[in-house]
Design a protein around this ligand. Structure first.
Ligand code: ATP
Ligand code: MG
Length: 312
């Protein structure tokens, strides 16, 4: 089934080359010591970042997608393009700069418990800014929706988020936002920027912890109430194995999650976002889109593979 709209869905956000060392032997410890060499059983390399994950899943669902992010004019940047193309994501709208290094994320995953350590480097993502995005030569008449992923970590862009969302609003393009995890040391100024941005979007996709952090409340119903008060028309709160809650100005509905054997929860939220947007843009109701999103994410969670063509 493919009910996706024929218009382009534009995904904007951080883009990484992610390399993971799997089943690292650390003698049962959750730490690495200086001067030692550690052996892992195997490694994997993939393109990563919320916008990349959503773009990849949307492509798998049969949607037309464009991706905007920033990379360096370096070998890792070229590698990132080939990894994206390998997953069917067009890399021709990435901003390329010789001033920055492509962002990389290298993880080690411990054999004894599956915990991981991530090492991040490269300045490309942190330098993505408003003018980088709006100066991309894209025919916006063909863009039906924009997905903005990972706002909370985009240090250069965060202050211009309200301006960026307004730019698309003025062109009649729907905007969906998932700002991602709120760091514990987040400033009040940034929290206010997030609230202002949420007030401008057509759909807001936090998880339970994130909506509580951004509204400074402990209870979901109160958090959703505060967000609806600032004028948002559609809030979908992701709740892991419990599914999600869909809030519109008229009602709040809980949609239970699918029962699935959990193999890998990485990227569940992004798979959910993509499933929701593809259906919603195809004209489905928020509740039906959320059911499909739960099913898309459950397939992700129940698979060791990252992105799957779905036949639901
Ligand atoms: N154990 C599970 N069983 C079934 N479905 C699940 C499970 N975990 C997650 N999901 C599905 O994935 C969706 C998103 O997961 P979650 O609530 O963890 O979002 P998230 O915290 O934003 O994820 P991420 O860490 O990927 O950003 C859920 O709403 C649900 O549909
Ligand atoms: Mg998430």
């Amino acid at each position: 089934m493919n009910t996706s709209s024929s218009k382009i869905i534009l995904c904007i956000g951080s883009i990484y080359v992610e390399t993971n060392y799997l089943e690292l032997e650390t003698g049962g410890k959750d730490e690495l010591a200086g001067g030692k060499e550690y052996q892992s059983a195997s490694w994997e390399m993939r393109p990563a970042g919320s916008a990349v994950n959503v773009a990849t899943q949307l492509v798998a669902l049969g949607c037309k997608v464009k991706l905007i992010g920033k990379r360096g004019r370096d070998e890792m940047g070229q590698k990132l393009c080939s990894l994206l193309e390998g997953r069917g994501v067009d890399s021709s709208h990435l901003v390329v700069s010789k001033e920055v290094q492509t962002s990389v994320d290298t993880g080690v995953v411990f054999k004894h418990n599956g915990n991981n350590i991530q090492l991040v480097s490269g300045g490309a993502n942190g330098s993505l800014c408003y003018s980088d995005i709006i100066n991309q030569s894209l025919d916006l008449d063909n863009v039906g929706a924009v997905y903005l992923g990972g706002m909370a970590k985009q240090h250069a862009l965060i202050t211009d988020y309200p301006k960026l969302i307004s730019f698309f609003n003025e062109k009649g393009i729907k905007v969906f936002l998932d700002h991602g995890r709120i760091p514990v040391d987040f400033s009040e100024e940034k929290r206010q920027l997030i609230l202002t941005s949420i007030g401008l979007v057509d759909g807001y996709f936090p998880n339970e912890e994130e909506i509580c952090a951004v509204t400074k409340t402990n209870r979901l119903t109160e958090a959703v109430g505060r967000i609806m008060e600032i004028g948002v028309k559609l809030v979908i709160v992701k709740q892991g194995g419990n599914g999600c809650t869909v809030a519109t100005p008229n009602k709040i509905v809980h949609i239970p999650g699918r029962k699935v054997e959990v193999l890998n929860t990485v990227g569940a939220g992004d798979a959910f976002n993509a499933g929701f947007i593809s259906e919603y843009q195809g004209g489905k109701s928020p509740e039906d889109s959320a059911r499909f999103a739960n099913a898309t994410a459950a397939k992700r969670v129940g698979s060791k593979k990252y992105f799957i063509g779905l036949n639901l």
